[in-house]
Write a new protein. Sequence first.
Length: 237
Amino acid sequence: MATPFKTRFLTLLMALSFTLPACSQAGSNRTEEQQAEEAAAPRPQVVITTPYGDITLALYNETPEHRDNFLKLAREGFFDGTLFHRVIEGFMIQGGDPESRQAEAGQPVGSGGPGYTLPAEIVDGLFHKKGALAAARMGDQVNPERRSSGSQFYIVQGRAFRNEELDGLEQQTGRTIPQSQREVYTTLGGTPHLDQAYTVFGEVVDGLDVVDRIAAVETGPGDRPLENVAMTVTVIE
């Protein structure tokens, strides 16, 4: 029988899925020198404007496919008028579905995208701390390569974890949580059970309080906010 923690873990994972059929988009091969140069470069930033305030995000150079795709979509206005269509307090807020833009109140959303997926860029050291920006994706059963949605993303709210909980998670997954990450998870908080399963490609640098306010809105079926939380996304040039 599943433990309460494991049951809730599996339930929360469903919030990060989408139902767009996966299409192929070729990735690029980069040398170690190129990767090092990218990681050292200044991180591009975007601002998500919502009725609850602004969220400023820095995009990781270590995940160039996701970084460049997010910047491209933002510059095209792809996200403007779309909703944070799925919100779970203590877990995350999810958006990026273009079909949410015209969705009527109560209409199920979360299946839309730009028509392609992205190759996973799961990088050691990029983890699901509070404020992490990551890509939603289809489940492992139909997506063993863990390819990301071309547009749907989530921002982690999470919660603070006790060391005993992190010990239990290590036992369940067989994965060691580095001490530096433990310190973050026991203070700032996050969602450590998602690490190494989804591509983390940025982080909130200003506006964590806005994430908290959006996470606290009243929701209905499918974890959709009862009142629309629309966004515009602007690249800081």
